[in-house]
Design a binder for this molecule. Structure first.
Ligand code: UT7
Length: 335
């Protein structure tokens, strides 16, 4: 059995900044409402024609992660791509990154676990490394939310939250037992699948029907969220899955050097911080700048925290996420 560790991190954010004030020009909302309910001040949206896509942003983040890992792209044994907003219905975005990075024939796999996608992908990569099947794995979380959200007052509950961006990590076989992914804890509960959903297009409602219906009132093409239900479930599941990781490894909340929660809502993060009695320097939040970038939020935050010198060798880092599915999980990492 081998151990795995993160040896390189990268992030990519599109240049176009959309502030709360920008949104309030076209939506009945306000800077004050958005900050009070979510903590978000601005987010990034790609612009039509600026060359950005889910795969291209993932590839840019990956280039930085591979460079910092100090390996060649040809040493990558597997690409795992977490997203809820793939470039195409098929094929997945993992193979598009492979094409953009010009990596010949390693396997590429998409992981469709929405906000928890990156945590699921890290857990998956860790298992492949632990068994010895692969040595270096590129894990990407990337999202283009701006193309799908309803940018009118009708969709304001969701429209003000989501942002675009990408983050990436290179996992590699660890030479040391003291620095590794200690454990991962994953859960799903399909009973709540329809509480956070983008229903169409789907195989029962395909292009011919979309075109023939041409119904501007059909909301099934926009993401839908039962916000209060998701919020309540999130705070419970975050607490549970962080506790699972701590208990499994015989650790306590005071041992945490940095908790990086999925950036869903600043109020959720603050709730979790209070539950575990964490100091401000034990939790990382950047939702103010980027909004909720679903599968990209943890790798963007992890990269930013590392760039700011907030992660040091030997630190206990916890990644935790909750989102559509419902699916949730945590990775417990000794850096
Ligand atoms: O990443 C995946 C996981 N996602 C999450 O964990 C998100 C969880 N949910 C949330 O973060 C919150 O539920 C939201 C931020 C989405 C919404 O906040 P809320 O406090 O639950 O507000 P609400 O939906 O209950 O709406 C309260 C009021 C409503 O007006 P009335 O009915 O009280 O008159 C809404 O119409 O706020 C109104 N509202 C808005 N007003 C201004 C909803 N969205 C907006 C908006 N601007 N953008």
């Amino acid at each position: 059995m081998f151990n795995s560790k993160i040896i390189g991190l990268g992030k990519y954010l599109p240049e176009n900044i959309v502030t709360n004030h920008d949104l309030s020009n076209s939506i009945d909302t306000s800077n004050q409402w958005i900050i009070e309910r979510t903590g978000i001040e601005e987010r990034r949206h790609i612009k039509k024609g600026d060359g950005n896509s889910t795969a291209s942003m993932g590839a840019e983040a990956a280039k930085i992660a591979i460079k910092r890992a100090n390996i060649s792209k040809n040493e990558i044994d597997l690409i795992l791509f977490a997203t809820l907003s793939p470039d195409y219905y098929m094929p997945g975005s993992g193979v598009l990154v492979q094409k953009l990075l010009n990596i010949p024939t390693c396997p590429a796999m998409d992981i469709r676990n929405q906000c928890s996608g990156f945590v699921y992908a890290i857990a998956t990569a860790d298992q492949f490394i632990k068994t010895g099947m692969y040595k270096n794995i590129l894990v990407i979380g990337s999202e283009t939310q701006s193309g799908a959200i309803d940018k009118t007052t009708r969709g304001r509950d969701i429209g003000v939250i989501f942002g675009d961006g990408a983050g990436a990590a290179v996992l590699s076989r660890s030479p040391s037992k003291d620095s590794n992914i200690m454990s991962s804890h994953l859960h799903s509960e399909g009973e709540h699948a329809e509480e956070l959903i983008m229903e169409s297009p789907n195989m029962n409602k395909w292009v011919t029907e979309i075109v023939s219906d041409n119904d501007p009132e059909d909301l099934s093409y926009f993401p839908y969220m039962n916000g209060k239900h998701v919020f309540k479930s999130a705070v419970t599941r975050f607490e549970e899955v962080i506790n699972s990781g701590l208990n499994y490894n015989h650790l306590k909340a005071e041992d945490i050097n940095l908790l990086i929660p999925h950036q869903a809502n600043l109020r959720i993060s603050q709730f979790v911080q209070k539950k575990f009695n964490l100091r401000d320097d034990q939790i990382y939040n950047n939702i103010m700048r980027y909004g909720n970038t679903t599968a990209a939020s943890i790798p963007i935050a992890l990269t930013e925290a590392w760039e700011e010198g907030k992660i040091k060798d030997g630190d206990l880092i916890i990644l935790a996420a909750f989102g559509a599915g419902f699916a949730w999980g945590s990775n417990i990492i000794k850096w």
